[in-house]
Design a protein around this ligand. Sequence first.
Ligand SMILES: [Zn+2]
Length: 408
Amino acid sequence: MADITIRNALIIDGTGTAPFEGDIAIEQGQIVAVGEVEKSKIEIDANGLVVSPGFIDTHSHDDGAFFRHPGMEFKLAQGVTSVVSGNCGFSAIPIEPGVDPSKISGGILSGVKGEFTDLDGYFSAVEERKPAINNIMLVGHNSVRTLVMGHEKRAPTALELSKMKSYVQKNLDQGACGFSTGLIYTPGKYSLTDEVIELASIAGSCDALYTTHMRNEGDHLLDAIDEALLIGREGEVHVHISHHKSAGKANWGKINLSLEKIDAALAKGQRVTLDVYPYTAGSGRMAEYFNLDNINKALAEVIRIASCPAFRQYEGKSTVDIAEDENLDVTQVIYKILTAPEGKKTLCIHFIIDEADIETNLKHKDMMWALMAYPIFEVFRIHVYLALFLASWDTMLEKKEFCLYLRP
Ligand SMILES: [Zn+2]
């Protein structure tokens, strides 16, 4: 007799077949039968509900969340049973003894403890906490570059490049699924395309991915797409473009042109995939988005503060509201925060994306949905949409993981 039976569910099994009604039997944590099944010890009626394999969040920054919240409830509540961490060039590994992980990554990797140096060590440290979900890791360019050459605004020497390569190679050998860049961020923005090609080609030779938060997602989106595709061709590596978007009102609609470029590359046989998050805001370290000598007012007006060690009272508030409360111009609010002690650790959410662009993205056949709902969202409880990673459902099914969803 099975341990659990889920009855009368609408089953979407992830193989691409149409949804069908049926029962699912589970024994010792594994699915043992689908279809008509006998009575078991625990019966769950799922009439009106959908059962599917757990979702994979292809774009997360959960490297540190596995230490802070090993139960990963904020992911499980959205049906996510696996995440890809180490995105946008920021990964918990590699690290060296005595180096403060927060210096490498700012707030993005908060929670990461300095008890390991490589991926093997990271996974052991995470497993000790008995994580509730799976973690698939990327090795990040910004982490590697900071470790080798700090935040130097120049190309690496031959010796530095070879050190960076050996870090990337080692972590790929230990099971990282790819190499990620965040070329909009410090210090990735100081790197030339050639450096990235050299490092991404290591991922190519391991049949791993090159994932990128591109150098620009607004005024120069199309140049950034060209660069990403060039890196893929020259490095002979599958390119995955992270959170594809046209940022800023002046650029809305431009994703139609970038998708054309991607379609042309796909037609020529290049391996390219993308992901999109299904909401109209992005998030990250506020310091990365502003030049204090010339603060972009249009951007300053669409910001909400997520985490702000310098002014905890601002957390959850919009910069427009803070400006009104304190009788300041919105650009002065940005200046005040970023010049305060610890101000550069501020994480913000910026509402810069057009809903119509999200719909266009979601219709693209090589688009995956990513959530990027990491714990900063808990600060003021933004409800992010449930996201699906359709392309990987068959893998999930192989692992016989499942979760139960309420259908509205
Ligand atoms: Zn990113």
